[in-house]
Write a protein that binds this ligand. Structure first.
Ligand SMILES: [Zn+2]
Length: 421
């Protein structure tokens, strides 16, 4: 068995791994990397697509899932395995992708009929359920990153591969962390021949979550106290809900909180997911004002009173943040842009934080990461005891590689790199 890295090497975006075994070929994740004005796709081609027996999607974030319908454009007809929340979230998010491409007159890599073809082939799996692909057994387990997110175990032909996808070790307000999965499934997860691990926060150590939350509350209060508006750019999945729950728990008296974009649809989906046991707590139905039309957006843009807007895109390169709110918030010195999400290189959010974009408003940053920090990643490696570790999904993989050496062989994945399992 071997793994070929088709995306997500020394970068955060377009995750895609090809697993080539004697009896089956599997694709793990198939995402698009979104940059300021462009997109990058995984290094797939028709020939690779023809050899696939199955596709597994770890979670619905676009950098892991949104290139999948392209496979159906080039003739793939096999299954896509994922959890129920991943399937539900992809349904909403992929249609939103199509809308964005059409609105911006961008060349779309696929159309609605390919999304529909994919949906007909989606097979929803439960955590812990075993799938047979050729002589490989594939199992998905809770990764604690976003609702439905999975760590994938591939066993067979005398080998074991574990792929973390995106993983969070600790609990969050919304989800149970991967620590519990490890405790309960160490036999299945432990001693893999190859562990492919994400390294989004390689080299960075987080403070306890409550410290970031307290800073967040202080900044929001301060801005509103001086009559400012607060813009919180979020990823529509997980971050929008985590921020909503944080505002609800820690600032219950807040009057004007607007939730915009895809976050609204996904907040609604959360209620259903809680009933089915995929998230830790019930999601509040209508505590916030959902922005339903352009008139409300225009009103917020002109408003000169304290209010909070929670809206995608998390890295500020799309959604109502880019096309509506950001320019107006940047102009007013009373306002605050509160960064609560990872900002990849080359994005508007990164540039704003690095002082490359002029602004009069205050810009503050705190951490509500759905990932594991450097120490948590090391803990995962030390608990799973892999024979070899391959680091993907990271802009600074060397930091993790250096620290992880004490637990065995470590390799930083290169694009097109091929690694035996
Ligand atoms: Zn993710």
């Amino acid at each position: 068995m071997r793994v070929r890295v088709l995306g997500g090497a020394r970068e955060v975006g377009r995750s895609c791994l090809l697993v080539e075994a004697l009896t089956a070929n599997l694709l793990l994740d198939c995402g698009i990397k979104k940059l300021k004005d462009t997109e990058e796709y995984p290094l797939l081609n028709r020939r690779i697509a023809e050899t696939l027996d199955a596709v597994v999607i770890t979670h619905a974030h676009l950098d892991h899932s949104s290139f999948t319908p392209w496979l159906y454009r080039v003739g793939y007809e096999g299954p896509v395995y994922c959890t129920h929340p991943t399937a539900e979230l992809m349904e909403v998010m992929l249609r939103d992708c199509l809308k964005v491409w059409s609105e911006r007159r961008m060349l779309a890599p696929y159309g609605l009929r390919h999304v529909e073809a994919m949906e007909e082939n989606v097979k929803r799996v439960r955590y812990g359920e075993s799938l047979e692909v050729g002589k490989l057994t594939v199992t998905l387990l809770n990764a604690g990153h976003i609702p439905g997110s999975s760590v994938v175990v591939v066993e067979g032909e005398g080998r074991k591969l574990v792929y973390t996808g995106d993983v969070r070790l600790e609990n969050s307000r919304l989800l149970t962390g991967f620590h519990k999965t490890m405790q309960e499934n160490l036999d299945l997860l432990g001693n893999p021949d190859l562990l492919v691990i994400e390294g989004t926060y390689a080299g960075e150590v987080f403070l306890p979550r409550h410290v970031y939350e307290e800073y967040f509350v202080e900044k929001v209060k301060e801005a509103m106290g001086r009559g400012g508006r607060v813009l919180i750019p979020v990823f529509a999945v997980e971050r929008a809900q985590t921020i909503a729950l944080t505002l609800l728990d820690l600032m219950p008296g807040l009057k004007e909180v607007y939730v915009d974009g895809l976050a609204r649809k996904i907040n609604e989906l959360m209620t259903k997911l809680h009933e089915e046991g995929w998230i830790r707590r019930p999601f509040p139905k209508r505590v916030f004002t959902y922005v339903e039309d352009q008139a409300t957006r225009n009103e917020i843009v002109k408003a000169k009173r304290p209010l909070v807007v929670v809206s995608p895109a998390g890295m500020m390169d799309g959604g109502p943040v880019k096309f509506c709110y950001l320019p107006s918030f940047l102009r007013r010195k009373e306002d605050l842009v509160m960064v609560v999400s990872f900002q990849a290189k080359g994005t508007t959010g990164r540039k704003l934080l690095d002082g490359e974009i002029n602004h009069n408003c205050e810009v503050a940053e705190t951490r509500f990461s759905a990932h594991s920090d450097h120490n948590a990643l090391l803990k995962i490696i030390s608990m799973l005891k892999p024979r070899k570790t391959l680091i993907v999904h990271s802009e600074a993989p060397e930091y993790l590689a250096i620290s992880a050496k004490r637990y065995g062989e470590v390799v930083v994945a290169d694009l097109r790199g091929c690694y035996p399992v």
